[in-house]
Design a protein around this ligand. Structure first.
Ligand SMILES: C[S@@+](CC[C@H](N)C(=O)[O-])C[C@H]1O[C@@H](n2cnc3c(N)ncnc32)[C@H](O)[C@@H]1O
Length: 283
């Protein structure tokens, strides 16, 4: 799947995604995006008179959005595949009873016993793009639909193909440059496969002045771009209606009601259709 020619280290030397990056994710300000976007979404829902009392945050990472939801009075479940990320999320929640965390995979949501359904399901900051096959998107959306109350919402954001092309192809970014920590993101994007591998390299200074050494680790995170029409079709096949498609700006802090393929990133708001009873009455 990954073009190993693009990688600067042999695949065998890579750490699994988020296994070591988890310890640096918040320090590299990666969780501010979902805090801002979750805030914007709650403001949007307030505007349409929908208070999501019960929220499920999928691929919750270090728990920033889950934490914000709980602060706003929601009962929250956070689900995440990486137990290292989950450990940070639990630490952030620090025993708050309104947040429950579960380890699980977006590709196998049906295997998880949630024992409840949700007014809002969210999945922020490209997490949907970690599903590399269209079938995985379709089956994930169907499983999310089964977890959403009728009339409830599913929100997620994705970089567009344009966003991957402009911002991720052949790109090198210094993630952090501090006396004890140096990090790089190197990424590419193939418009044919629509795969975008990102190699993350972190150097950390360990020890005191005279004996200090630098340690290094690398991870590769591969994402796939989807067209907005593929995502809309998958949502509608699962039983959702797309009510908004926002152009996400300012690192998640502002939403324009005109998200299309010319935006770098869009956020979908999809509503689970109210079910009809066999007699055709609204349930
Ligand atoms: C870019 S981070 C976003 C984390 C969090 N939503 C945020 O906004 O800070 C992507 C997250 O998706 C998680 N992830 C990737 N693939 C996953 C999968 N198949 N199932 C569950 N989580 C997954 C990763 O472990 C990581 O925490």
């Amino acid at each position: 799947m990954i073009d190993t020619h693009d990688l600067a280290v042999p695949e065998s030397e890579l750490s699994p995604p988020y296994s070591r990056y988890a310890d640096f994710y918040d320090r590299l300000n990666q969780s501010t995006f979902s805090t801002r976007l979750a805030q914007e979404m709650l403001t949007y829902f307030e505007g349409i008179g929908h208070f999501p009392g019960k929220v499920l945050d999928l691929a919750c990472g270090t728990g920033a959005a889950a934490h914000l939801y709980a602060q706003r009075g929601c009962k929250v479940v956070g689900l995440e595949r990486s137990n290292q990320m989950l450990a940070h999320a639990k630490r952030r929640a620090d025993g708050q009873t309104e947040i429950r965390f579960l380890e699980g995979d977006l590709r196998d949501l049906r295997a998880i016993r949630f024992n409840e359904s949700f007014d809002l399901v969210s999945c922020y900051f490209d997490s949907i793009n970690y599903l590399l096959l269209e079938e995985e998107i379709v089956s994930c959306f169907q499983a999310v639909h089964a977890l959403t109350v009728p009339g409830g919402f599913f929100v997620f954001d994705v970089p567009t193909r344009w966003g991957f092309t402009e911002l991720w192809d052949n790109a090198t970014h210094v993630a952090i440059d501090e006396p004890d920590l140096f990090g790089l993101y190197r990424s590419s994007y193939d418009p044919v496969t629509r795969l975008s591998p990102l190699q993350l390299t972190i150097f950390q200074r360990v020890g005191s002045d005279e004996t200090a050494t630098w340690t290094r680790f690398d991870e590769c995170h591969t994402e796939r771009a989807y067209t907005l029409s593929e995502l809309t079709s998958a949502l509608s096949a699962a039983g959702y209606t797309v009510t908004e498609c926002f152009d996400v700006r300012d690192n998640g802090a502002s939403l324009l009601p005109s998200g299309d393929e010319s935006a770098h990133r869009v956020a979908f708001v999809a509503q689970r259709l109210t079910e009809l009873t066999p007699a055709g009455n609204v349930d």
